[in-house]
Design a binder for this molecule. Structure first.
Ligand code: UDP
Length: 247
């Protein structure tokens, strides 16, 4: 029997920056363990979890392109490889606490991870395994936010007649504010926003490619703070946390 939570299957997007915490070596094992334990608790409830990891804690293509003759495509491939490092770290952490986890990469690296095969990913999820999608979309000039939207749009999350598609974007902020909360103490957190509000006001939630892909495919996005204990669990269980973008 499937649980009656808001989502049966979710896509959790974890940025590289969120993994870094304040650790000097790119990844904070306290954070990966916190993510793993919260994901473990929801998979035990029967909710299926796919994860897209970013790589910005190690390498961000756009900030390197141009320097020392590095072209954008080469820089972006390095960035995609960085996401694979994060994915393997997170996989090892998950498995250390007993959650079976598979990494699938958008380009082949078959000695270290499975290639991305949509139906196989779905099968893993059905079996209760966590699937981590690494290497973004496999294409330069995109981001891992777009990879998260793309995997949803491809129906990786579709469960029978239930529309279980949602991108849960774990960040270092509480959600989307009407002003910058670091400068304006009266800035208000939006509980909900429409895609149109996000794109027309240019709110920096996701890059435009990612948010419009969500909009075109009616994929809701929840932006929430990963650093508050319990938030990942809340977001995955479909409880009110952060900002819900949809409609
Ligand atoms: N990247 C890419 N194509 C993709 C996804 C990522 O080229 O489909 C590269 C890009 O250089 C990006 C880097 O990988 O800067 C790391 O990903 P991202 O910046 O999305 O990570 P995050 O901000 O989530 O840490």
């Amino acid at each position: 029997d499937k649980p009656s939570y808001k989502w049966q299957r979710v896509l959790l997007k974890v940025s590289g920056e969120a993994l870094a915490g304040d650790h000097s070596q790119n990844i904070d094992p306290k954070i990966t363990m916190a993510i793993a334990s919260e994901v473990a608790s929801v998979t035990r409830l029967g909710i299926e979890v796919a994860i897209v990891v970013g790589g910005g804690n190690i390498f961000r293509g756009s900030s390197w392109a141009g320097s020392s003759g590095l072209d954008r495509s080469s820089a972006d491939y390095i960035g995609m490889l960085a996401t694979v490092m994060n994915a393997i770290f997170l996989q090892a952490t998950m498995e250390s606490i007993g959650i079976p986890t598979r990494v699938q990469t958008a380009f082949r690296m078959s000695e270290v991870a499975e290639p991305y095969i949509r139906r196989r990913a779905v099968r893993h999820l059905e079996k209760g395994r966590v699937v981590i999608f690494a290497a973004g979309t496999g294409n330069p000039f995109f981001t891992t936010d777009t990879a998260a939207a793309l995997r949803c749009a491809e129906n990786v999350l579709f469960v029978g007649p239930v529309n279980a598609e949602v991108v849960l974007k774990a960040t270092n902020v509480d959600g989307v504010y009407d002003d910058d909360p670091r400068h304006n103490p009266n800035a208000r957190l939006h509980d909900t926003l429409t895609y149109h509000e996000v794109t027309s006001k240019d709110l920096s939630v996701m890059d435009m490619t990612a948010i419009t892909l969500c909009q075109e495919n009616n994929i809701p996005v929840v932006v929430f703070n990963l650093n508050k204990p319990g938030n990942i669990t809340k977001a995955i269980k479909g409880e009110q946390v952060g900002t819900l973008i949809g409609g």
